[in-house]
Design a binder for this molecule. Sequence first.
Ligand SMILES: C[S@@+](CC[C@H](N)C(=O)[O-])C[C@H]1O[C@@H](n2cnc3c(N)ncnc32)[C@H](O)[C@@H]1O
Length: 221
Amino acid sequence: MGEESTSNDFAHEQGLTKEQVAERYCKWAQNSKYERDLREENYKGPVIAANAVADLFPNAAQKSSINILDAAAGSGFAAEKLKEKGFSMMDALEPSKGMLTLAKEKDLYQRTFQAFLDGKQLPIESDYYDVVLICGGMGEGHIPCAGMEECIRMTKPGGYVVIVMREQYLSSVAEYKDRLEPHMKELTQKGKWEPVSRTVVPRYSFNNNGVVFVFKVKGSS
Ligand SMILES: C[S@@+](CC[C@H](N)C(=O)[O-])C[C@H]1O[C@@H](n2cnc3c(N)ncnc32)[C@H](O)[C@@H]1O
């Protein structure tokens, strides 16, 4: 794994504030190093995410009218794969200026928001997106459990929240251990969303398994 895994550790170091995490990604984005380190042979998250979203909308004609928020968009890897699948209406939410600059250069997004998904209300419409996607945005110092409610708020009733993350983080990240899945379950019990699937996938990044959560939103109020 060598240098690539070192870069991932650098962005996932314990004890960083969210601002420091975003700053680390700015450094990683420099000279497109992030894009080289996490090229498709090493990081399959974006392909896995695009496949998961495409499976929800099998009708080809439908895809061009599906409105997607790519949350923790990074340099736009997931949007590139979604575009290949026929999706074209995408916005990006990304706190790291350096990553967002790379994403903007690709001309994939209608709107971009430089902001954290951290539980506070974002300047984004309620009940707006058919899909809110988080691909690779979960991790040490990354999106907290409290971000789930905001994903639900921005998603139309009947729309989906799709979360693709490294499986190991469910137990190795203190914010998620014994908290993230119970929180997801609590949101189900409160009638906010219903689980559609929970799928463990091999070789999500390097040799690490991933997990893909799909939820169907019922309503934010
Ligand atoms: C591993 S990258 C994934 C980027 C892209 N989705 C991909 O799959 O290539 C993780 C991204 O999450 C962003 N991030 C970290 N904390 C976040 C937060 N609280 N809210 C939104 N994005 C966050 C980082 O800035 C970084 O761009």
